[in-house]
Design a protein around this ligand. Structure first.
Ligand code: CMP
Length: 142
């Protein structure tokens, strides 16, 4: 089925000037960008986005990193988009990410891991709504 998923190019990848390289991976995988913007998250925005991780030991470092510089947030649409996006991202820890994946090629570490992708349809809907209003989504008609 055609799905939508939420995606972040994280501060490490923006800093390395890899926005376009990562968008190319999305396009090569058949995922279409239907909304996108650059943001520099506040602490409150980052804490809210990652609220499900608030009790994890890495939460403080995660929020600090995600507010350390600008990010790109985007909505991707395509066949089986949630899993297709996660496949091209590779494992959360780049040391475990398969060759040719975004994290294998662009990530520094499990903390500075280049990109985020929603882990389910339900997460995707929540994450898209956290950053985009419905009017900001531009579904492709051609
Ligand atoms: P992300 O998909 O953005 O969701 C939460 C982030 O926490 C994850 O990517 C990692 O960058 C970061 N993180 C740091 N340590 C861990 C860990 N042990 N397990 C999962 N995520 C971690």
């Amino acid at each position: 089925a055609i799905e939508r998923t939420f995606s972040i190019v994280k501060p490490d990848a923006v800093s390395k000037n890899k926005i376009g390289a990562i968008y190319s991976r999305f396009e090569e995988a058949g995922l279409k960008v239907i909304a996108a913007k650059m943001l520099h998250l506040t602490q409150e925005q980052a804490e809210g986005f990652y609220a499900e991780h608030s009790e994890r030991p890495f939460f403080g470092a995660l929020v600090e990193f995600m507010t350390s510089g600008p990010i790109m947030v985007q909505v991707l649409e395509g066949e089986n988009a949630v899993l297709a996006h996660r496949d091209i991202l590779g494992a959360t820890n780049p040391a475990e990410a398969a060759d040719g994946t975004i994290r294998a090629d662009f990530a520094n570490s499990i903390d500075e891991n280049a990109a985020h992708g929603s882990d389910s349809i339900e997460s995707a809907a929540r994450e898209v709504a956290y950053f985009f209003s419905p009017e900001e989504l531009c579904p492709r008609t051609r």
